[in-house]
Design a protein around this ligand. Sequence first.
Ligand SMILES: Nc1ncnc2c1ncn2[C@@H]1O[C@H](COP(=O)(O)OP(=O)(O)OP(=O)(O)O)[C@@H](O)[C@H]1O
Ligand code: SF4
Ligand SMILES: [Mg+2]
Length: 335
Amino acid sequence: MSTILQRQKKLLSIKNLTIRLRTRHGDIFPVQNVTCQIDEHELISIVGESGSGKSVFALSLARLLPEKRVHINANEINFLNYNLMNLPKRDWLKIRGAMISYVFQDSLVALNPHLTVGYQLTEPLKIHYKYSPEKLRQTAIDFLKAVQIPDPELQMKRYPHQLSGGMRQRVAIAMALISRPKLLIADEPTTALDATLQAQILNLFKKLHHEKPFTMIIITHDLSLVTGLCHRVWIMYAGKILETAPVPRLFHRPLHPYTYALLSLRKNMGSRKRLQSLPGNPPDLKIPLERCPFAERCPYTVKECYEEPISPKEMEPDHFTTCRRIINREIELSV
Ligand SMILES: Nc1ncnc2c1ncn2[C@@H]1O[C@H](COP(=O)(O)OP(=O)(O)OP(=O)(O)O)[C@@H](O)[C@H]1O
Ligand code: SF4
Ligand SMILES: [Mg+2]
């Protein structure tokens, strides 16, 4: 799939998003000054090591973070014609589930153990559309078939604990897609599954996107999902997006030392290996940084890296980096 998508209509536009989160150990800034844009039908992957802010960023787009502990600041978060920065609660109820859906890493988070699969699957349709009972049932069966659940009529009557992990995850994906959202956010949807099921889910996303295109942000450590499915990739580190590029270009010619280090760690491109961790630690998230957050671990650091703010620069079509030394053509990376 990983071809460059023709430019479509803009779906989501974010300017200078910073998130402050209150924790037991004080406030942290897990997302810092993120600016990005997603077009309709694009499949974007967010890649970065553990703790880089991928989930907090994604959860914030669906307003799924604990409200009392979170402060979201941005110059702009526009989704279609909605300004998500000051959207009233009742409008969020219309958008979440109908236009923006979320697939969690663990399907048990998404599924209610006390309700049957059929009830849960049809719930978004009952809330957002006025379907007749027969149309509800038929739509649910169609979606269970689409996610390759065997004997869907029987599974409709079952409870989540009666299904295998792989089946539950596919039900969760069907639930997220049943109301035909404009944006699907999937946070590590295959991490808990074995290799065969991971491949099935990858093919499922491809098939569903081919049949009726949707936009997806997929957070993953699984490089085969990135290369096999996505158009563009964002590299996230310490709350910031350090590089974005069309998938083939990023793997062929990374333009940030952090991306380069991540890719150098991969043993076998295209295999199911997860990204490994780099030696050293990322910076403390208690203080938001304007300068490059990778300076402490980067082999190319110079004094200016600690002193000057970073901002993305387009070096090739659609390929942005924030590394000042790459931007100034002082260093070159080759894979
Ligand atoms: N509910 C929470 N309470 C306290 N700290 C949190 C909470 N959620 C996230 N954090 C912190 O915010 C930072 C970013 O976390 P996040 O879960 O977004 O990382 P991630 O990139 O998704 O990592 P992973 O790949 O492990 O899922 C981390 O330092 C994490 O400890
Ligand atoms: S800006 Fe400096 S520290 Fe950051 S990645 Fe580039 S060379 Fe390394
Ligand atoms: Mg996460």
